[in-house]
Design a protein around this ligand. Sequence first.
Ligand SMILES: Cc1ncc(COP(=O)(O)O)c(C=O)c1O
Length: 380
Amino acid sequence: MQTKYLALPGPTMVNNEVLKEMTSEVFNHRGKDFYKVLQNLTEKTQQFLNTKNQVYYLTASGTGAMECAIVNSFSRGDKLLALINGAFGQRYADIAKTYGLEVIEFHGKWGQSFDYNKIKNTIDEIENLAGITVIQGETSTGVVNDLKKISEIKDEDTLLIVDGISSIGAEYIDIDGWGIDVIITGSQKVLALPPGLAIACLSDKALEAYNKSDLPKYYWDIGKYKKFAEQGQTPYTPAISLIKAAEKQLERMAEQGMGKEVQRHQIIAKMTREGIKALGLELFTEEGCRSNVVTPIKSPHGIKVAELRKLMLEKYNVEVAGGQGKLKETVFRIGHLGNVDPLFMISVLTALEMSLMELGYDVDLGTASKAAQEVLYNKK
Ligand SMILES: Cc1ncc(COP(=O)(O)O)c(C=O)c1O
């Protein structure tokens, strides 16, 4: 079988050993074995997230976890400031509106960092601000938002609700130090598992807010997850096979040293950017806030995103993502998260070079991969 290069910002490639766990025997989630697995997984997840806060496992994609974060933290009519500089920031706002929150949308430019002074002024103008939602890694635009700054400019009573779905493990974060009240992640991103498992991590302050929250919830009622977690269980049948795979993957990560994940992603991201720049292509994301997870690139004049992606996939078996929302026609994105390594990125860049050349773009073959390799030897 020809190797498939999944250069998407999720789902990401799953290691074979981890994949094998998915086929191991299914067992009782109310028994002793599951208790042990959940205890071990919880410990490893807390190490991965570098937090003392409790973590909960949800059978859902990332969006389910976003909804879970909202319904457990707020009450009808609460004021929520939604920081939006991409498609996922808007999604948090839309979910909150669905549940009757008073949502104040703060819009930044797509592909750029927020103006944090303006955010501060907005915060100061809102009386009784219950919470702020923000995406750490805006996968749609390749921007990393500065959670530390946001934590510094908000009041202590205002809950900080973060989407770390694609960024957790690839970007630096200090959940406890920055007072992040709710943060969520998904299995198909840096954790490099099949999709379907989400993790929510809640501070004590978030759990206090839960006790006061009057938003409707049943499946997402985090109080039930908390009660069952104390007995080493989940309230409803969990995705047992995914939980086993997650345990395996986190054990692998622990063996390699948990703190090393961010650095590994940083290097591969830099290789990608240098390769792209060497080809004379333009990065969509402004310098200073570029993500370790995904690199959005403006398609060169005369080359259609759809055509480029089709050629890369059909001829070279490399799958890159298109632009999201309003960027669909003009931007393509290379994902570089999860089980990625230097040779993976060199292969992806090489396929890109060849495809661009075949579509008529003036390319000196080997330029991108050379620039990427030089990153490894600190020449860039
Ligand atoms: C930052 C971010 N938030 C939310 C989501 C939505 O996750 P899902 O598609 O798993 O529901 C994604 C998925 O790409 C994402 O990257």
